[in-house]
Design a protein around this ligand. Structure first.
Ligand code: TZD
Ligand code: CA
Length: 526
């Protein structure tokens, strides 16, 4: 009989999980022994960066990805990054090493005491197999749970299990596959179509799941068929609709009262592929205006169950879009041209206004460029200047946890060969995942990082005003030079001192990572 390790490697290979993002320790080494040649181990230097890179890679490829972490300490380091992967519904399969079975109870060094409990409730499913023979099946469950729930999963494996002999039955795992189909039945479908057909002033709200599921273009077709306004759901981590399309009204503000105000006058709000809603600022009010009905379609049963208002249908939003497109009549009015961006604002003094930076990106880079953005005070400037028309153009930390942006950009670039990828990263945000620069350099990932240096935690200054805390300490971050930091990690870097210099640099297309630092003026997120 082969070893548990051999069967597990063969299973991962069959399921296409051959790229491993990880940072190993002694407990993990036995899993990594005899790794077949077609596996690729992408080493990250800190677990936050490991998970951020894996998250970006999994989102860009649309497939589950294996993450290898070291026992409790490595898993703990990864936790903040996992909050983003949970909110973006990224199927990460985390395999962590555990001490040998006899050493767990006495709490030997590197024993992860009650390992599954450490990660719950963050991950969708966490386990430590009850015996070595169950490891291949449990690994398969970790992969399938991640795929079905679209949520990270966690498997803790005592390291003496890998060399154990597999039992004959465990080979059955190699032929397993698990699929999901969630098309509404005829009755549910008819009810939904009738609702939409009867609406006089419908509105669409689209979530990141739409882009993640490859439904970007279908969503445009549906909106044009309905001829109705479209919003992106609050706190968006992907762009589900072209942002300069004449029907697009922007990302909904993340507060109860302003969301309700936006829906004023609409008798039906159809939410596709989003929770209802990920509010942020607490701005109380009625959830919905009088006379507005909300219907949410999501594959995420938990998001349907926890919504505070409205009706929900747990189904594949793609199947529902198809159903609506085949059942509803064509558009009554032609859709106008895309809306051009306004002239970028300029700043006083030597620093650039962020709008000048974004206008440069928009003008100088190809239309299919994918942007991974982690720059918080520049949100309004971003949407005023950018013109994103392609699926997979935009990624943002889904739970607002900083440290996704830089690693995420490396992962998206590794997962999108041939597509230009740019990280737009604040001088605060960059530090949480800075070690990803090293991985980018080692793998020669063709990524451009545009580093916006305003010397402060800009968004927190703005929040300080909102919350009545104008005097909070710890908000300024002077004295950081990211050209030197990047060079230290092996990434060529330079400072762009003017819009012209930035534009000239962007027009080059190196086949390796690079960092362009720009000094920017402080703006507010909205
Ligand atoms: N720590 C983590 C892991 N996530 C967070 N979101 C924060 C702290 C708090 N935080 C924000 O929510 S925005 C922000 C912090 C520290 C400032 C980010 O600074 P930046 O961007 O330079 O990247 P801006 O444009 O200057 O705001
Ligand atoms: Ca900043």
């Amino acid at each position: 009989m082969p070893t548990v390790r051999r069967v597990s490697h063969a299973f991962l290979e069959r399921q296409g999980l051959t790229t491993i993002f990880g940072n190993p320790g002694s407990n993990e080494l036995p899993f990594l022994a005899e790794l077949p040649e077609n596996f690729r181990y992408v080493l990250g230097l800190h677990e936050g960066a490991v998970v951020g890179m894996a998250d970006g890679f999994a989102q860009a490829t649309g497939r589950p990805v294996l993450v290898n972490l070291h026992a409790a300490s490595g898993s703990g380091n990864a936790m903040g990054a996992l909050t983003n992967a949970v909110a973006s519904r990224t199927p990460l399969v985390v395999v962590a090493g555990q001490q040998v079975r006899p050493a767990i109870g006495p709490e030997a060094n590197l024993a992860s005491v009650d390992a599954p409990a450490l990660m719950k409730p963050l991950v969708g499913w966490a386990a430590e197999p009850a015996c070595a023979g169950d490891v291949p099946r449990a690994l398969a469950q970790a992969v399938f749970e991640a795929r079905l729930r679209r949520r990270p999963t966690y498997l803790s494996v005592p390291y003496d299990d890998w060399a154990a002999e597999a039992d004959a039955n465990s080979l059955a795992v190699l032929d397993r596959d698990v699929r999901r189909a969630s098309v509404p039945d005829a009755g549910q479908g008819r009810l939904l179509v009738e609702r939409v057909a009867a609406a006089e002033r419908p509105a669409l709200v689209l979530g990141g799941d739409i882009d993640a599921a490859g439904l970007f273009d279908e969503a445009v077709r549906l909106a044009e068929r309905l001829g109705c306004p479209v919003w992106a759901a609050p706190s968006q981590f992907r762009l589900p609709f072209p942002n300069r399309h004449p029907l697009f009204r922007g990302v909904l503000p993340a507060g109860i009262a302003p969301v309700s105000a936006a829906f004023e006058g609409h008798d039906l709000v159809l939410v596709l592929g989003a929770p209802v809603f990920r509010y942020h600022e607490y701005l109380p009010g009625r959830y919905l205006p009088e006379g507005t009905r909300l219907v949410q379609v999501t594959e995420d049963a938990s998001a349907a169950a926890r919504a505070p208002m409205g009706e929900a249908l747990v189904a594949d939003p793609g199947a529902v879009i198809d159903l609506l497109l085949t059942s509803l009549d064509g558009p009554s009015a032609p859709v106008g041209p895309y809306i051009p961006a306004p002239e970028p604002r300029t700043a006083e003094g030597p620093a650039l206004h962020p709008e000048q930076v974004f206008a440069a990106l928009r003008d100088e880079l190809p239309e299919d460029t994918a942007y991974v953005v982690e720059s918080t005070s520049t949100n309004a400037a971003w949407w005023r200047q950018m013109d994103l028309r392609r699926p997979g153009s935009y990624y943002f930390p889904a739970a607002g946890g900083l440290g996704f942006g830089l690693p995420g950009a490396v992962g998206v670039a590794m997962g999108s060969p041939g597509r230009p990828v740019v990280g737009v990263i604040g001088d605060g945000s960059a530090n949480y995942g800075i070690t990803a620069l090293w991985t980018a350099a080692q793998h020669r990932v063709p990524l451009t990082v545009v580093l916006l240096r305003n010397g402060t935690y800009g968004a927190l200054r703005w929040f300080g005003g909102l919350l009545g805390v104008p005097d909070a300490p710890g908000l300024d971050i002077p004295g950081l030079d990211f050209t030197q930091i990047a060079e230290g990690y092996g990434v060529p870097a330079r400072h762009a001192g003017s819009a012209e210099e930035l534009r000239a640099a962007l027009a080059e297309t190196p086949d390796h990572p690079r960092l362009l630092q720009v000094d920017t003026a402080l703006t507010t997120p909205s």
